[in-house]
Design a protein around this ligand. Structure first.
Ligand code: OSB
Ligand code: MG
Length: 358
């Protein structure tokens, strides 16, 4: 599927998305859906759509179809012999979570332990060449109801851009995301961002680092939010202990699935670290999973799950995810609560394969 517009971050520009979907079907014909958030190029992490397909086909599916699965929490344990490959794991675990919730006839949000019936969301805005155009994009999204704005930044497109944005929007809840574009040597430069009253600076330093982030956080007033660096509940614990961040962005794909996402959520609640749900330019299935996890109580800050229509001329779910006054209403139908439109999925499908239990 092609996004409506190219989205630029410090690591590159993307518009074409190949979405790996997993459909899990049980003995009664009930089905659940999962979506991998891996990209076509390993920019954000080491995975791609093709590595996901390979991991699923050669290792994950053969393991999971060997015997029955009692609870979706068992999936990550069964797959723990495979190192990393979190996005592939999350895609198949997500399908099984959806199927499980449908079997229980409860919304996925409730199966996960969430209680909210609507969730607050913000919008993530890519790097613009022209500051005037950026101001206009922000204005458009504020008019659509989004109440928190996240701006992508990189060296050369940071302090002066944010100064101009702040001049136009003095009170808007604002944050930035660097996707690892800086180094610890940039500390003095990054300290200039403290004057703009930002909610947080997301992932300024390396994608595998929590040490330099702790050194940077000690010198910044603005809280650091970690995204790329947190792959597991153990990573979260270490980062919190070190003082590497004040906030954690949870992405289901990055951490290997909903079960691990819940563990990180629970740890952060205990340690009084607010979390929010990140986005990976998902289509409908992934978006629906994000909505469900965001209903948990320590998702205290608006997430990046924008409306389907922000990215897609048509999404593959019905109804599409819509945002009204900055909120998404959590569906109350069983499972992810949105219907996958098979006719649309078929129309977009490049390849598919069915695996059956022996
Ligand atoms: O770092 O949060 C990120 C998109 C692709 C890869 C990484 C990130 C993002 C976003 C967009 O910020 C979030 C979204 O709108 O889905
Ligand atoms: Mg990010």
């Amino acid at each position: 599927m092609n996004m409506k517009f190219p989205f630029t971050t410090s690591f590159g520009t993307q518009q074409r998305k190949e979405l790996l979907l997993v459909e899990a079907v049980d003995e009664d014909g009930l089905c659940g859906w999962g979506e991998s958030v891996a990209m076509l190029i390993p920019w954000y992490n080491e995975e791609t759509v093709k590595t996901n397909w390979n991991m699923l086909e050669d290792y994950m599916i053969p393991k999971l179809i060997q015997d029955s699965i009692e609870h979706p929490d068992d999936v990550s344990a069964k797959l723990s012999f495979i190192r990393k490959n979190h996005m592939a794991k999350a895609a198949i675990e997500g399908a099984i979570w959806d199927l499980y919730a449908k079997k229980q006839q409860v919304p996925l949000a409730r199966a996960l332990g969430g209680s909210r019936d609507n969730i607050e969301v913000g919008v993530s805005i890519g790097i613009h060449k022209d500051v005037k155009a950026l101001i206009q994009t922000i204005q458009d999204h504020l008019e659509q109801g989004y109440k928190r704005v996240k701006l992508k930044v990189m060296p050369g497109r940071d302090v002066e851009v944010i100064r101009e944005v702040r001049r136009h929007f003095p009170d808007v809840p604002l944050m930035v995301d660097a996707n690892s574009a800086y180094r610890l040597e940039d500390t003095d430069h990054l300290k200039q961002l403290d004057e703009f009253n930002l909610m947080m600076i997301e992932q300024p330093l390396a994608s595998d680092d929590i040490i330099d982030h702790a050194k940077l956080q000690a010198q910044l007033q603005t809280p650091i939010c970690l995204d790329e660096s947190i792959h597991s509940v153990d990573d979260a614990r270490k980062a919190i202990d070190l003082g590497s961040c004040g906030i954690i962005n949870i992405k289901i794909g990055r951490v290997g699935g909903l079960t691990e996402a819940k563990k990180i959520h629970d740890l952060c609640a205990e340690r009084q670290i607010p979390v929010w749900c990140g986005g990976m330019l998902e289509a409908g299935v992934g978006r629906a999973h994000n909505v469900a996890i965001t209903t948990l109580s320590n998702f205290l800050l608006p997430g990046d799950t924008a409306a389907s229509s922000r990215y897609w001329d048509e999404d593959i779910i019905e109804p599409e995810v819509t945002v009204s006054d900055g909120f998404i209403a959590v569906p109350d139908a069983p499972g992810i609560g949105y219907e996958v439109n098979r006719e649309k999925v078929d129309r977009y499908t490049l390849s598919s394969k069915v695996y059956r239990r022996p």
